[in-house]
Design a protein around this ligand. Structure first.
Ligand SMILES: [Mn+2]
Length: 330
């Protein structure tokens, strides 16, 4: 199925003020689908609010419309008050309400709210939802939404959606990459996207500090379970030493994941004092979304994560390893 739920289309079409939100620590799909939809809606003459919990990572600042992103909840309240009954909140690429971040309770109080997403286990926390877990990316779905609304997709919007799709499919390599994904990508190229320019921005535009950080992170590699589980880590000290931020660690987990014997790669991140974020990447039949869910997180079968407070990186790893052993030995 490639067409969105009619009620979702109708809701987006009718309302003139749209508040867009996505998950904290947004990846390329979260940002690309949010910014792409924002461009499309503005093209339809609507007022759009691009909300993020934190400023955009420098890696993604090339995306059109990034400069309009706001992180101030006071500004959100003003927008909502101004919109009155003409408001619609749309949560993109966000598997559950908690993943909206610290302001989640207030954000989800701005109704009506609809959810557009492709994460497994999304309970559709809004008044309406369009969730298709087989989809490569939320960006791909936004293209279909625009088509269903017969809305124009400008080059700017197309660039955002292309970035969303290419990042969430690992450059069209993952299982969820379908013929429809390629059709959408082709349509985006027809609308003016240059894949090599987007790829240069995403993959050939790093700082030297990031390379130094990568040296440290990869040097932390530990192998477990006969080289089937790989664990890497990043600490606040490493970030300080290399003048980098957590955003610079994106894609690092793909290096241990790419080792032939590895079934699950784990990336432990000390996001702040006492807070550890855990990213899990699996290959083949391992379902790491179930493991993440056991720790209060979520995600996809092959890519998921969770957060822990008040424990060291070693303690978090020691809690996780027995569960992983069970999963890979099934
Ligand atoms: Mn996604």
């Amino acid at each position: 199925m490639t067409s969105p739920d009619q009620s979702v289309v109708a809701a987006v079409q009718t309302k003139g003020h749209i508040l867009l939100a996505t998950h904290y620590n947004p990846d390329g799909d979260a940002l690309g689908s949010l910014l792409g939809l924002a461009e499309i809606l503005e093209g339809m003459g609507k007022q759009v609010f691009r909300y993020l919990e934190e400023p955009v990572s420098p890696l993604y600042r090339f995306l059109p419309g990034c400069g309009h992103i706001q992180t101030d909840m006071e500004k959100v309240r003003e927008f909502v008050a101004h919109a009155k009954d003409d408001l619609l909140t749309v949560c993109l690429d966000c598997g559950d309400a908690n993943r909206l971040g610290t302001n989640s309770p207030e954000l989800i109080s701005f109704r009506p709210l609809i959810v557009i997403d492709h994460h497994q286990g999304n309970n559709g926390f809004g008044d309406g939802a369009w969730i298709e877990t087989h989809r490569s990316s939320t960006g791909e779905m936004i293209f279909d939404l625009a088509e269903a609304m017969e809305a124009e997709i400008s080059t700017r919007a197309a660039e955002c959606l292309y970035a969303a799709i290419t990042t969430d499919t690992g450059s069209f390599r993952y299982e969820s990459t379908s013929s429809h994904t390629f059709m959408v990508a082709g349509q985006l190229v027809r609308r003016g996207v240059h894949p090599e320019i987007i790829s240069n921005h995403l993959y050939d535009n790093y700082t030297l500090g990031r390379l130094r950080l990568m040296q440290e992170v990869l040097a932390s590699l530990e192998m477990h379970e006969r080289d089937r589980i790989a664990v890497i880590r990043v600490t606040q000290k490493m970030l300080e030493r290399t003048f980098t931020t957590m955003g610079d660690t994106e894609y690092f987990i793909n290096f241990p994941r790419a080792v032939r014997s590895v079934r699950v790669a784990v990336f432990l991140k000390e996001v702040s004092t006492g807070v550890v974020s855990v990213s899990l990447r699996a290959k083949g039949q391992c379902d790491v979304s179930l493991i993440a869910a056991q720790f209060g997180g979520g995600g996809h079968r092959n890519a998921s994560g969770y957060r822990v407070k008040g424990q060291t990186l070693d303690a978090v790893r020691d809690d996780l390893l027995p569960r992983l052993r069970q999963e890979i030995n099934v």
